[in-house]
Design a binder for this molecule. Structure first.
Ligand code: GDP
Length: 204
């Protein structure tokens, strides 16, 4: 897929106030600092489009971007950030979970994992949430340029082994780097294939 246009639409705290659900939508979620903004900037071919989500006050919001006037990319707040109060955490966890469970045009969520770091409890909680709610997701390993090929392979194998303790099969996996662009076109093509498939089924 070639990105012809990408524009920031709006930020929300409530899934009910998000843009009209008339386009397919793909969300991006991961621990804070996992490399989500960098990946989104790369996917959309814009240096700073996801910056809006990292400016103060915008960090805990659901950010919508319209891509090619055809589908929406959703930047969800990073989880696992230690420096917030319990009540604040519970509030925005509910916001994210409500969005993931109830947003009717959400096709799939890309769950980001730093390829250098082992699974944290917050990551496991996220996986469990997707499993319990039977929500479709794909795994995206980030920052893979920071590792040698053999280190990367063994880290990814370890995480897959860990996941297979609770999952019968793994979802699609993407190996990416916002620095050298690895995996970016794979994700875009995957979204494109899904969009085409959905269009086709709607026509039938
Ligand atoms: P976010 O909090 O998940 O949005 O993470 P950011 O995109 O802001 O990235 C966090 C840090 O990791 C920044 O210093 C980025 O420059 C760095 N980073 C993000 N992606 C990559 C990557 O693919 N490779 C490398 N080497 N660094 C990255």
């Amino acid at each position: 897929m070639i990105i012809q246009s990408a524009e920031f639409l709006c930020s929300n705290t409530d899934y009910r106030k998000c843009p009209h659900a008339d386009k397919t939508e793909y969300a991006f979620l991961g621990r804070s600092n996992v490399g989500k903004s960098s990946l989104i900037n790369n996917l959309l071919g814009r240096k700073n489009i996801a910056k809006v989500s990292s400016t103060p006050g915008k960090t805990k919001l659901i950010n919508h971007f319209l891509v090619n006037n055809e589908w929406m990319l959703v930047d969800l707040p990073g989880y696992g950030y230690a420096k917030i109060s319990k009540s604040e955490r519970e509030k925005w966890e509910k916001m994210i979970k409500d969005y993931l469970r109830k947003r009717e045009n959400l096709i799939l969520t890309f769950l980001l994992l730093d390829s250098r770091i082992e699974l944290k409890n917050s990551d496991k909680d996220a996986f469990n949430f997707f499993g319990e709610n039977r929500l479709p997701f794909a795994i995206v390993f980030t920052k893979t340029d920071k590792l040698k090929a053999n280190e990367l392979a063994s880290n990814i194998a370890a995480i897959k082994r860990e996941l297979l303790k609770t999952w019968d099969e793994l979802p699609p996996v993407f190996i990416t780097s916002a620095v050298n662009g690895a995996g970016i076109s794979d994700i875009l093509n995957y979204i494109d294939e899904n969009n085409k498939l959905i269009k086709k089924t709607q026509l039938l």
